[in-house]
Design a binder for this molecule. Structure first.
Ligand code: HEC
Ligand code: HEC
Length: 466
């Protein structure tokens, strides 16, 4: 009997799930769980004290905000982080960590946050490296972590014991394990702000492919998730590796650690209903309007150029919009395409065979998707690897596009249509982008580069209206 009580107590303290409540779908998108706290979540209290214990592993002051995450007033976590109690409060990240962006119209006014916009500032690799460095640091001891926690909150004797004997040591082991699991990153170029390698982690972890036999670099720019309802039937992801939104949403969550299929964690399934709500939210979301005046006459003349030169690939309903354009034709950097292999596609289609959310639509393609250009002003830097900082650059022949710039500063550049990417502030806050680094190539996509300067200006003016 006593054993039963202890066991129940431990279960209650370690695994009892408390459902979250949100007033609006937007709040849910910002702070809701996608189910990764159990398997990959960091205990909330430990997560909170790590930036003050190890500030030297962060890129600047301000804790997690220095990694590009947006903190709203009165919230315990930045946007994109969910606090969920599974026994004890844990932190996981969600879709909004990468799929919500910011911009400022001037350096001074507060930044505006746009849910479903691609993040240009989040540095996930630094986040992972921060946690790993903290976990590996010899100052990460039961005493030190507990002392930092107890400066903030009072723990009961039972909680103190749980933290000391179970939660802190387990977290340290987990962070060290994570560091080993991500070691493959260290032999490849950095992702930088606003980019991740989306599928190599999945290939090497969930799909159990061997990183030692794989030299691919998948570094790619975040994509917007607005108006996903209008993209039904389109190939999704930069290379079009799947054309089914439900599968892409579920595997988005798996890629972020919501997998329990490996049997390591107590819960055995994805939070399919929560993810369905996210799918509905992104189907309806709308891109924001361009925040500065637009010259409507100029835009009208640019629309004619768009119709003749771009619409077949980029207009909703265009003949080739949402389809894969072969690499030989579009000519952009091939690394992201090569990262996704036929073997990976086959394994993902096998992965969840015995589960209610089976996957069948993964494919290997031969190019990149001609994406609809809705909200294009806020999608900078452009192309799948974010190699072209502004629309003005994109309409220049590749040799004349910026070769060296900074990504991750969010003050808008009205002259060139993109974010300010040179100068002291951009350098201070941004990630240094060099197009000569492998997978950073800015070649290809020569469409419109031969237009006279006046027509290019008009075309860009028109693009601001989309
Ligand atoms: C760690 C960052 C990150 C997180 C978290 C994340 N994504 Fe993404 N997402 C990306 C990147 C980067 C791409 C483009 C990847 C590629 O194809 O190279 C992408 C692509 C997509 C696409 C394809 C869009 C299109 O038009 O083709 C969808 C849909 C999507 N994500 C949904 C989600 C959902 C839903 C979640 C939460 C369950 C999520 N993502 C979580 C980074 C992220
Ligand atoms: C034959 C099809 C095709 C035509 C025509 C075409 N594009 Fe593209 N476009 C693509 C493809 C494919 C991509 C994705 C390439 C990549 O990311 O490597 C792309 C990407 C883009 C992007 C980047 C989107 C983002 O979110 O980063 C912009 C902007 C763009 N095109 C503008 C234009 C304009 C303007 C024109 C007309 C002058 C045009 N394109 C003509 C196929 C086309």
């Amino acid at each position: 009997m006593l054993v039963g009580v202890v066991a129940f107590g431990a279960w209650y303290k370690l695994f009892r799930e408390v459902p979250q409540q949100f007033d609006t779908p937007a709040e849910d998108f910002k702070y809701g769980s996608i189910g990764n706290e159990t398997a990959e979540g960091v205990p909330f209290l430990i997560w909170t004290v790590l930036p003050e214990m190890f500030p030297e592993y962060l890129p600047g002051a301000g804790g997690y905000q220095s990694l590009g995450f947006v903190q709203e007033k009165g919230r315990e976590t930045p946007i994109g982080f969910s606090k969920k109690t599974v026994g004890f409060p844990r932190i996981g990240f969600n879709c909004a960590a990468c799929h919500s962006g910011t911009f400022r119209t001037e350096p001074e006014p507060a930044r505006q946050t746009v849910l479903t916009a691609p993040s240009t500032r989040a540095d996930f690799q630094r986040y992972a490296r921060f946690l790993a460095a903290a976990g590996a640091d010899r100052r990460f001891t039961e005493d030190n972590v507990l002392r930092a926690i107890e400066r903030r909150v009072d723990l009961s004797w039972l909680d103190r014991a749980l933290y000391r004997y179970i939660i802190i040591p387990r977290t340290r082991d987990g962070l060290r394990e994570q560091q080993r699991r991500l070691a493959w990153m260290n032999s490849r170029p950095d992702w930088g702000r606003g980019r991740i390698d989306p599928f190599n982690p999945v290939k090497f972890h969930q799909l159990r492919l061997d990183p030692a036999k794989d030299r691919t670099i998948g570094n790619s720019d975040m994509e917007p998730l607005w108006q996903m309802g209008k993209k039904s039937g389109y190939s999704l992801h930069w290379d079009g590796l799947n054309d089914n939104l439900t599968e892409v949403v579920l595997t988005g969550a798996i890629g972020d650690g919501a997998t329990s299929l490996t049997g390591e964690a107590p819960s055995k399934s994805l939070p399919v209903d929560d993810l369905k709500r996210i799918e509905e939210f992104i189907k309806q979301a709308r891109p924001p309007e361009y925040p500065f005046p637009i010259d409507r006459r100029l835009a009208a003349s640019g629309e004619r150029t768009f119709q003749s030169r771009c619409a077949s690939c980029h207009e909703f309903g265009g003949k080739r919009t949402g389809t894969v354009i072969p690499l030989e034709e579009v000519g952009t950097d091939r690394n992201r395409l090569d990262m996704w292999t036929r073997e990976a596609a086959d394994r993902y289609n096998e992965y969840a065979r015995e589960y209610p959310f089976n996957f069948t639509r993964f494919v290997k393609t031969n190019g990149y998707v001609s994406v609809p250009l809705d909200g294009v002003w806020l999608r900078a830097p452009y192309l799948h690897n974010g190699s072209v900082p502004t629309l003005e650059d994109l309409l220049e022949p590749p040799g004349d596009r910026a070769k060296h710039f900074y990504r991750g500063y969010d003050v808008y550049d009205r002259k060139r249509t993109g974010f300010i990417h040179q100068g002291a502030e951009a350098r201070r806050l941004g990630f240094e982008y060099d197009v000569r680094v492998p997978a950073n190539g800015n070649g290809g996509h020569r469409y419109g580069t031969d237009l006279p300067a006046g027509e290019k200006r008009a075309l860009i003016e028109y693009l601001k209206t989309r």
